[in-house]
Design a protein. Structure first.
Lengths: 301, 273
């Protein structure tokens, strides 16, 4: 059947295309105005010395803010904290998420319920999750320390000691977002084609071999997608840390996002805060690009 | 067959893990029914018949009902707007062959990789400048911009699965493109729309950073109210638990309805089916 649209003259086709552009424009507009322009302005601000309490001293200072960052302990520890936090949170949630997905894969009845249960932490406001775990981790009265004493162990200062506080915020982030990895990987595992696995079993491959050479490559794109999202979300972590430790004790759990907030809205040093958030953006973009390149490589394979 | 025993073992372990995993949530809900003393009792009270006194205390705080209303308004309006804008864009971008289409799609989606903290300062200044600071409208605009990319992303995946032939059949009957969109494509994408709406509602309802920075005393939303409870001494955990549960409840209820399609949405269209 010839697909000539004789009832649609040429300029109707142009109207068609134009119409489709019109559909996209509003979304593009909103996104550009509210996300892209502010980002550019953040760059502009990062080159200025700008203190909200002293607006008359506002001046262009080039890369001064960036140079000063190295000497500002709040910033240097924030950068380190953010990397540790992001790396460990993402790694742990990948491992646990994959493990859970492998465990639950193929279960028929009741899978819906399991999925709904595992899904719940993701639905909670990170603020609420922070408050919830603050209650659970409470030194004197929290139920976790109570459980420890029941088993004859010492109470642990989850939120008060620097090392443990970092563990706690990582733990909470992993708790909340592992379900995401779990659901994505579960969907992937369950849509795997059967034949390669059957032939591998017939050929006598061991379970580890099957996993390494068949399962992993198949779900690698999904692992990468979930890694990208996890990294993006963990890197910007603010809400739960804000309620769980407020960046403390001291600056032990102060991530870059917390530091930017504190510098901008508590210290009112908008110039420096912008500089740090520029660094955040650049680092995150770099990591995302690396991961995306990995992903498109795998997708082509 | 070794399969049977392993299956039962996996089922059991999986179920136990799932229950343990959400135990903290259960604990908070139970705590919300307790009195202040009961919240810290040793040995702990693991089960209590629902007692809503804490909720009554919570809601009789002067600002809370208003705050709740704010959250509802902001969430619903920003979700509707984001889905509306996003669906149109997703539709156009899913019917390929649009020059520059891939670039536009990438641009919209990439905007979500910008950490909100990196734009919060100029947005704060802009909101003040345009008198949108401490207003619901300001928050709505921000949330629409935040959620539209997700809507575009997810709906594009769903739209791509609707074959063009179905629309072409409608066009041959004299339907316009727009009409086809509303009468054929949208109804066929109801699961996608449902999943996307739930996800964007959850994002908007739970959002904290922008709400924290962009509001003063007039336009507070619910997540702010719970952080406001955090003093250093004597936090009334039982009421806090009631507050937390109140914030949790709507999202949990909504998600039950669209649970099946969430997994697809979570990969943001990258995984089919």
């Amino acid at each position: 059947m010839a697909k000539t649209r004789s009832w649609r003259p040429k300029n109707h086709k142009k109207w068609e295309t134009f119409q489709l552009y019109l559909y996209v424009v509003p979304s593009l507009f909103v996104v550009t105005i509210v996300t892209v322009f502010p980002l550019l302005y953040t760059f502009v601000l990062s080159f200025q010395k700008y203190h909200l309490a002293k607006p008359q001293e506002r001046a262009f200072v080039g890369l001064d803010n960036f140079a000063r960052m190295g000497n500002e302990p709040l910033v240097t520890s924030a950068i380190w904290n953010t990397f540790v936090y992001t790396f460990l949170s993402v790694l742990l949630s990948l491992i646990i998420g994959l493990g859970l997905a492998l465990l639950v894969k193929g279960i028929g009845r009741g899978k819906s319920i399991l999925r709904t249960l595992f899904f719940m932490p993701m639905l909670l406001a990170p603020v609420v999750v922070g408050v919830m775990w603050r209650f659970l981790f409470n030194y004197e009265l929290g139920i976790i320390n109570h459980m420890l004493t029941v088993f004859g162990l010492e109470k642990v200062d989850w939120l008060g000691s620097p090392g443990l506080a970092m563990f706690s915020i990582i733990f909470v982030d992993v708790w909340q977002w592992t379900p995401y990895v779990f659901l994505v990987l579960l969907a992937g595992l369950e849509s795997l084609p059967q034949e390669p696995f059957e032939s591998a079993e017939i050929d006598g491959a061991s379970r580890i071999q099957i996993f390494g050479y068949l399962t992993l490559p198949f779900i690698m794109p999904l692992i990468l997608i979930s890694t990208i999202f996890r990294v993006t979300w963990a890197f910007r972590g603010f809400d739960s840390i804000f309620t769980l430790t407020q960046g403390g004790p001291g600056t032990a759990t102060e991530t870059m996002a917390m530091a930017v907030w504190r510098m901008a809205f508590v210290r009112l040093d908008v110039g420096m805060a912008s500089a740090v958030s520029v660094v955040m953006f650049l680092v995150l973009t770099l990591i995302s690009l690396i991961l995306l390149r990995q992903m498109s490589g795998k997708l082509r394979a | 067959m070794r399969g049977r025993k392993l299956y039962v073992a996996r089922y059991t372990v999986g179920s136990i893990l799932a229950l343990l995993y959400v135990a903290p949530i259960y604990w908070i809900i139970v705590t919300s029914f307790k009195t202040y003393k009961e919240a810290f009792q040793i040995p702990p009270i693991y089960y209590k018949w629902p007692d809503l006194s804490n909720y009554i205390t919570y809601f009789s705080q002067s600002q809370i009902l208003t705050t709740l209303l704010h959250s509802v308004i902001v969430t619903i309006i920003s979700t509707l707007a984001a889905i509306f804008l996003g669906s149109f864009a997703a539709y156009a971008l899913s019917r390929a062959r649009l020059p520059g289409g891939e670039t536009m799609a990438f641009f919209i989606l990439a905007s979500r990789f910008i950490p909100p903290i990196s734009t919060v300062i100029p947005l704060y200044l802009a909101m003040r400048y345009f008198s949108l600071f401490d207003s619901l409208t300001g928050l709505i605009i921000l949330y629409v911009a935040m959620n539209t990319p997700y809507a575009v992303w997810m709906m594009r995946g769903f739209f791509r699965e609707i074959p063009v032939e179905v629309e072409e059949a409608a066009w041959m009957d004299g339907c316009s493109r727009l009409g086809g969109f509303f009468r054929i494509v949208l109804p066929m994408s109801k699961p996608g729309l449902a999943a996307t709406s739930v996800l964007t509602m959850v994002f908007a309802w739970n959002e904290f950073l922008y709400a924290l920075v962009m509001t003063g005393s007039n336009a507070k939303t619910l997540p702010l109210s719970i952080s406001a409870f955090m003093g250093e001494m004597g936090i009334e955990w039982n009421i806090m638990a009631a507050a937390g549960t109140t914030i949790m409840l709507p999202t949990m209820i909504f998600s039950i309805f669209v649970q099946r399609h969430i997994a697809r949405g979570l990969t943001f269209g990258a995984l089919k089916g």
